[in-house]
Design a protein around this ligand. Structure first.
Ligand code: ZN
Length: 229
């Protein structure tokens, strides 16, 4: 195999769509992986095929290759989070929001690395971000890079995890999308992605969502910041 390749953890939300554009601007060949983990709202998963088709139609340095959705049903069995159960979005006793799915990013990265191993891809790209991350400890740079080290050891092959959003806020994520794909990509993110914790598809100038959950709030404020800059 010649050239560089990357596997993007692609959920169908704003962050992973921006990460996909980032990867396509840097790698020769890019594949995507999504996770069906029993999320209550499947609209993010449902949004993926149309987003991928639209991105494929745009011009990038790299080529967008195959997509794979892996089933991961253990989170539903474990339960207890607002994303998998009928639990209100609130602050829990552990100081984290009930939207925290313990170890989700760790399990996603391990699953993606296993798929990447089969595909001959050692570069993973994910939208984890420490800047406005709601305190999720599995989004921290230290966690991600320790995971990369564990994967490199466990697979006996150097595994790199790229997190282009790690140190930027939501306003800068919008700006990054514009820099990477111009207005066409920004418009696609507004009209095609879903990040809402309630799985709401009501259109707004900043994208689709309920407009009141923490995820919509973050996204809308980021968009305001981006437009004001
Ligand atoms: Zn929402």
């Amino acid at each position: 195999m010649t050239g560089t390749s990357a596997l993007v953890l692609f959920s169908g939300g704003q962050d992973s769509t921006t990460c996909l554009a980032w990867a396509l601007s840097r790698f020769d060949r890019v594949e995507t992986v999504g996770f069906d983990y029993g999320q209550r709202h499947r609209v993010e998963l449902d949004a993926r095929p149309a987003l991928l088709a639209a991105i494929k139609a745009m011009r990038w340095k790299g080529t967008l290759g195959s997509d794979c959705v892996l089933p991961i049903d253990l989170f539903r069995a474990i339960g207890g989070t607002a994303l998998t159960d009928d639990v209100a979005i609130a602050m829990a006793a552990d100081g984290l929001p009930t939207t925290f799915v313990p170890a989700r990013n760790l399990i996603f990265l391990n699953a993606a690395a296993a798929l990447g191993y089969r595909r001959g891809i050692s570069d993973l790209v994910g939208g984890m971000c420490e800047t406005d991350f709601s305190g999720y400890p599995d989004c921290r740079d230290e966690t991600i890079q320790a995971t990369a080290k564990a994967l490199s050891l466990g697979l006996a092959r150097e595994t790199r995890i790229h997190t282009p959003l790690m140190w930027i806020d939501k306003a800068a994520t919008w700006k990054l999308a514009e820099d990477l794909g111009g207005k066409a990509l920004v418009d696609l993110i507004i009209g095609g992605t879903v990040t809402c914790y309630n799985g709401d598809l009501t259109p707004h100038d900043w994208g689709r969502g309920c407009g009141t959950c923490p995820s919509c709030d973050l996204r809308a404020k980021g968009y305001d910041g981006y437009r004001a800059a």
